[in-house]
Design a protein around this ligand. Structure first.
Ligand code: NAP
Length: 281
């Protein structure tokens, strides 16, 4: 069994990115710019935003942080996002989710043009992914693909099972694996015979948000297991995979923490650079 060290791979990517953003600056006389919008004071969101801004600084990306009060009206948030959309210094826009319940998140996200949609959540970018065309892809599933690529794990012709079908992880994950020539099955809360389907997987990606849901009997010997889940149990972070019992059966596995998690911010920075490069072309 080989442990996929997401922390190390993400650190490598961020170091490579520093070089690339420097080259961008030399070539175009400006920095890659990423705007981050936070509405309200949700403590977890504040931590995420702080981490993203710090990561931008380390990668040589200029961040534009915008903080709005929790009671900000819909119009004010939309106007801010639209002004960022029109700003040439801003190549990517990220609206931290979840938004306070009085806001219509769909309408706010719709103000982000696909060319600046660093999260890859827009219908246009998801459509491109579904068509196998170039576009911006959601950071977490993109991070999983990068973990597979850098660990030299073949996807072509292999049977992949994705547990979960959310817009931000499961669906784009399945499309990326399909585009990478895997034979893909997606499971969700209505799937019948889920354990038997999982047991056929050469590559199993778990993204359901249920602690230690994937047990050893659901995993084929020699499978690659990617655990996207982040769950807090008794103050400890655990994944969707029963790591202790599953790991010995696998050829490769990601730990939680230190597997997929660190890749998400690394991919956000990569997406910001890619948006900036496309804008300059
Ligand atoms: P989500 O939106 O809650 O979606 C969960 C998915 O799992 C749904 O498609 C749901 O099916 C399915 N599901 C739930 N219970 C199931 C069961 N018993 N059997 C089969 N399928 C089941 O979650 P998400 O946003 O995709 O996140 C999934 C996990 O990944 C969470 O633990 C989250 O914290 C973690 N996550 C990690 C990162 C990272 O950076 N590492 C990023 C994002 C998310 P239905 O569609 O039928 O309801």
């Amino acid at each position: 069994m080989t442990l996929i060290d997401g922390k190390k791979i993400a650190a490598d990517i961020r170091a490579e990115l520093r070089e690339k953003t420097l080259q961008f600056q030399k070539r175009y006389g400006r920095q890659v710019g990423l705007a981050v919008v936070l509405v309200g004071e949700d403590p977890a969101s504040q931590v995420y935003v702080r981490n993203k801004i710090r990561a931008c600084e380390e990668a040589g990306i200029r961040s534009f942080a915008h903080y709005l009060p929790a009671d900000a009206p819909q119009r004010a948030v939309e106007e801010l996002v639209c002004s960022l959309a029109a700003d040439d210094e801003v190549h990517g826009i990220l609206v931290q989710l979840p938004l306070p319940p009085h806001l219509d998140a769909e309408r706010i996200l719709a103000c982000i043009p696909a060319s600046k949609d660093v999260d890859g959540f827009s219908a246009q970018n998801i459509g491109r992914l579904a068509l196998g065309e170039e576009g911006t892809v959601a950071c977490t599933p993109l991070g999983v693909m990068e973990l597979l690529r850098r660990s030299k794990i073949e996807t072509r012709g292999r049977r992949a099972v994705v547990l979960g079908r959310s817009k931000i992880v499961g669906r784009p994950m399945a499309l990326l694996l399909l585009n990478a020539d895997a034979t893909v099955t997606v499971c969700h809360s209505h799937t019948q015979g889920l354990a038997a389907i999982c047991a056929q997987a050469d590559i199993l990606v778990a993204a359901i948000g249920k602690p230690r849901f994937v047990t050893a009997d659901m995993v084929k010997g020699g499978a690659v297991v990617i655990d996207v889940g982040i769950n807090r149990v008794d103050g400890k972070l655990v994944g969707d995979v029963d790591f202790e019992h599953v790991a010995p059966k696998t050829s490769f596995i990601t730990p939680v923490p230190g597997g997929v998690g660190p890749m998400t911010i690394a991919m956000l920075l990569c997406n910001a650079l890619a948006c900036a490069e496309r804008a300059m072309q």
